[in-house]
Design a protein around this ligand. Structure first.
Ligand SMILES: *Cc1c(COP(=O)(O)O)cnc(C)c1O
Length: 413
């Protein structure tokens, strides 16, 4: 085998020739990033308001994260869970100190963190109440990952179609509907899982009343309350975890995405009592909590979890919200409003533009602004939490231009 693979020229069109077609990547192929800036191979600069889907919360190549990875990469990469390691013990200590939790389990993604949570909930309920208590309640439009169990719990039929038969005993209820929750949470329910702010499903925050009601119903029925904070956690709302802002404490919390700022790592946090339902050998993963991921996540956590950092997230979020609100005011026929919390915001397309989110994404990219959608009707803004006022204003300027471009195109038709 000739070993020229690493120097072989590739471009955007290589994708269709060598990749399984599960994605439809943009024409933009980023090759380098720094903070909120990204460059393509031709040296064109883009402002990144996607954050790698709420992942690179400290921006691209943040010095503290680079340093942690570099130092660990010259010390110890991997030993498996046959051994424990110092970085993972430090990370678990920091996460349990910072949250309601007493115990942590590490894995490599959000889906795996939720998979662990759902398995733990079933096992815990079986041990404490018996096999009948296995039902999982989740919300319509929720997203919990792409393993078969997590897509089944997720509330979007498009992600399970064709993968049947699905795991049984999973029900979906409308989000923020307390009556529906009361109706659904019976004695056979082992867990209720909810995103405190739905990401993928449309950037929709839960109401405080709703989360309080879920907490009370779960306690009453002996079900575990699971908060999926894979997207809304790790500082995105201006709190370390969203539950802290709501003042509602779950039994299990899942984290991933921004936890590693781009290094793949996920975590499931829970109490000592619930954790004890997982015994030696009942769950595991080869890479989970390996020294590289744990060192990176600890650097991320220590950077984010300060009052100054989180205070600035709230400030930046308010500025971005105000900028987006001004766009709504300027284009009332295009947008019906702004939704979300902290640095997790959505521009909602008005009636006449429903289903057109992709057009706005493409126009924004042509104006050198990278943004996301959350379904066909919502433009999603989840930039790095370190965005400066100037970068937020710049993004809003580019967004305004992009909207004018789209309108110009429709008028020209
Ligand atoms: C992205 C996401 C997941 C899945 O995380 P992966 O790392 O892609 O497996 C789960 N839950 C929520 C809320 C997410 O946003």
């Amino acid at each position: 085998m000739p070993s020229d693979a690493s120097s072989r020229p590739v471009n955007r069109h290589t994708f269709e020739k060598v990749m399984v077609p599960t994605y439809a990547p943009s024409d933009l192929l980023p090759v380098r990033g720094k903070g909120l800036e990204v460059w393509d191979g031709q040296g064109r600069r883009y402002l990144d308001f996607t954050g790698g889907i709420a992942v690179t919360s400290l921006g691209h190549c943040h010095p503290a994260v680079v340093k942690a990875l570099q130092e660990q990469s010259e010390t110890l990469w991997h030993v498996s869970n046959v051994y424990t390691n110092e970085p993972v013990l430090r990370l678990a200590t920091a996460l349990t100190d910072a949250t309601f939790a007493d115990r942590a389990f590490f894995c490599n993604s959000g889906a795996e963190a939720n998979e662990a949570a759902f398995k733990l909930a079933r096992k815990h309920a079986r041990a404490t109440h018996g096999a009948h208590k296995s039902r999982i309640i989740s919300c319509v439009n929720s997203f919990h990952g792409r393993t078969l169990f997590t897509v089944s719990v997720g509330g979007q039929a498009k992600y399970t179609e064709g993968f049947e038969p699905l795991p049984p005993a999973i029900d979906h209820i409308p989000y923020n509907d307390i009556d529906a929750a009361r109706e659904a949470i019976g004695d056979d329910v082992c867990a209720v899982v909810v995103e405190p702010v739905q990401g993928e499903g449309g950037v929709t925050p839960a109401t405080t009343d709703y989360l309080v009601a879920l907490r009370n119903l779960c306690t009453e029925k002996g079900a575990l309350l699971i908060f999926d904070e894979v997207q809304c956690g790790m500082g995105r709302t201006g709190e370390l975890f969203a539950y802290m802002g709501y003042g509602v404490t779950p039994d299990i919390l899942t984290s991933a995405k921004a936890l590693g700022n781009g290094y793949p790592i996920g975590a499931m946090l829970t109490t000592k009592d619930i954790a004890s339902s997982f015994t030696v050998g009942s769950h595991g993963t080869t890479y989970g909590g390996n020294p590289l991921g744990a060192s990176v996540a600890l650097a991320v956590l220590e950077t984010i979890n300060t009052p100054e950092f989180l205070g600035r997230v709230k400030e930046a979020g308010a500025r971005l919200r105000a900028g987006l609100q001004a766009i709504v005011q300027e284009f009332p026929n295009v947008f019906s409003g702004v939704r979300g919390t902290g640095m997790m915001l959505g521009l909602i397309l008005a009636e006449g533009f429903k289903g057109k989110a992709k057009d706005f994404l493409k126009a924004a990219e042509a104006e050198a602004l990278m943004i996301l959608m959350a379904g066909p009707d919502v433009l999603r803004f989840v930039p790095a939490l370190i965005a400066s006022d100037a970068e937020i204003d710049e993004a809003c300027l580019y967004m305004r231009r992009a909207v004018n471009d789209v309108l110009g195109r429709y008028q020209g038709m």
